[in-house]
Design a protein around this ligand. Structure first.
Ligand code: ADP
Ligand code: MG
Length: 317
C-alpha cells in the first residue's frame, strides 16, 4: 500500500498522565476514504488518542503521520485540512444557525464570497434552509450535532475526527447523522469516529477496540466477528436466569448475558463447550436448548474487553 493511500499512521503511540498510561503503545493505520471506528469502554483512551492524532496533545512516545504530515511538529498545517468534533455541543446557543456557520467560516479564513456560498450550501445539504434564522440553542440534541457536523466540514477537510459525536443523541437522529457520514465518505473524506454503540461499529469499514489504553483488536467487522467462529451460543428456555447461574459455572464460558428470554453465551474456544453446558443444564434439571449463534460485534467487544458494551438509549429517550 503506498503512503498516499494512508490517512493516518501511528506507531507506538503512548500518553502518560503521571502514573497512568492512558494510551499504551498503540499502532494504527487508517486508509483514506474509510470510515474507521474507534471503540472502547469509558476511560479506554479514545479521546486522548484522537487529540494526539489531531495534534492537540503531545504524545509521551511514538510516531504519528497524518495526511503525510509529521504530528505534532506540523500540526499547524494539518489543522486546515482536518475537521474535529466532540460530543459537547460546540456551537453558540445565542447565535442563529446561519450565524454559527458564518462564524466558523471566518475562523477557517474563508473569503467572504466563498463563505456565503459555502454556508448556503451547507444549510441546504444538512436540511437547515428553513430554519437558518433560528437560534442554535433552541434546537434538539440531534439537530445540534448535525449542525456541528456541518460546521466541522465548512472548509471541506480531507479528514474528520469525530469523538463520540452521537453519545447524547436519540436513535433516529443517530441514523440521520450516520447517513451524512457516509455521504462524506462517498465524497472522499476519511472519517475516524469513536463510539460505544455497537450498531454504529457494525457500519464502519474497519475498527479498533481499545481497553485501558491498549489496542486489543482491529480489523473489519467481518474479520473481527470471524475470529469468534463457533464460540457463540444461544440458550433458549423457560428460566434464563436460572440457566445463567449454571452456565457461568461451566469451564470455558467467558460470559452469559440475558437477552429477552434467551441467554447469549461466549466460550473461550470453539469445541465441546456447548456439550458441557448441555450436560450442566441437564444435571440441574433445567430445560433449555443450546444452539449455535452467529457472532456479532457485541460478542467481539465482550471477548476482548471482558465488559458488556454500554446499551444504547431506547427509541423513546
Ligand atoms: N488531562 C488528563 N489528565 C489526567 N488524566 C487524564 C487526562 N485526560 C484523560 N485522562 C485519563 O486517561 C484515561 C483515558 O481517558 P480518555 O482518553 O478520555 O478515555 P475515553 O475517551 O476512551 O473515555 C482515563 O483514565 C482518564 O481519566
Ligand atoms: Mg472520550
Amino acid at each position: 500500500m503506498s503512503g498516499g493511500d494512508i490517512a493516518i499512521r501511528a506507531r507506538g503511540l503512548t500518553k502518560c498522565f503521571g502514573e497512568l498510561r492512558a494510551v499504551d503503545d498503540v499502532d494504527l493505520t487508517v486508509e483514506r476514504r474509510q470510515v474507521y471506528g474507534f471503540l472502547g469502554p469509558n476511560g479506554s483512551g479514545k479521546s486522548t488518542s484522537i487529540r494526539m492524532l489531531c495534534g492537540l496533545l503531545t504524545p509521551t512516545d511514538g510516531e504519528i503521520e497524518v495526511l503525510g504530515l509529521r504530528i505534532p511538529e506540523q500540526a499547524e498545517t494539518l489543522r486546515q485540512r482536518i475537521g474535529y468534533m466532540t460530543q459537547q455541543f460546540s456551537l453558540f446557543a445565542d447565535l442563529t444557525l446561519q450565524e454559527n456557520l458564518e462564524f466558523l467560516a471566518a475562523v477557517q479564513n474563508l473569503p467572504p464570497k466563498k463563505a456565503r456560498e459555502r454556508v448556503d450550501e451547507l444549510l441546504e445539504e444538512y436540511h437547515f434552509s428553513d430554519r437558518a434564522n433560528q437560534l442554535a440553542g433552541t434546537m434538539s440534541g440531534g439537530q445540534k450535532q448535525r449542525l456541528a457536523l456541518a460546521g466541522s466540514v465548512i472548509h471541506n477537510p480531507e479528514l474528520l475526527f469525530l469523538d463520540e459525536p452521537t453519545s447524547a443523541v436519540d436513535p433516529e437522529s443517530r441514523r440521520d447523522f450516520w447517513e451524512k457520514l457516509f455521504e462524506l465518505a462517498d465524497a472522499g473524506t476519511t472519517i475516524l469516529v469513536s463510539s460505544h454503540y455497537m450498531d454504529e461499529a457494525e457500519r464502519c469499514h474497519r475498527l479498533a477496540i481499545l481497553d485501558r489504553g491498549v489496542l486489543v483488536a482491529d480489523g473489519s467487522p467481518a474479520e473481527l466477528t470471524g475470529r469468534l467462529a463457533d464460540r457463540t451460543l444461544e440458550i433458549k428456555g423457560e428460566h434464563p436466569r436460572q440457566a445463567k447461574h449454571i452456565v457461568l459455572t461451566v469451564s470455558g464460558v467467558i460470559s452469559a448475558a440475558q437477552i429477552g428470554n434467551s441467554l447469549r453465551v461466549l466460550c473461550a474456544e470453539a469445541g465441546d463447550c456447548a456439550a458441557r453446558i448441555q450436560d450442566a443444564l441437564a444435571n440441574a434439571s433445567v430445560d433449555a436448548e443450546v444452539v449455535p449463534a452467529a457472532p456479532n460485534l457485541e460478542d467481539v467487544f465482550v471477548a476482548v474487553t471482558n465488559k458488556q458494551p454500554q446499551q444504547q438509549p431506547s427509541e423513546h429517550s
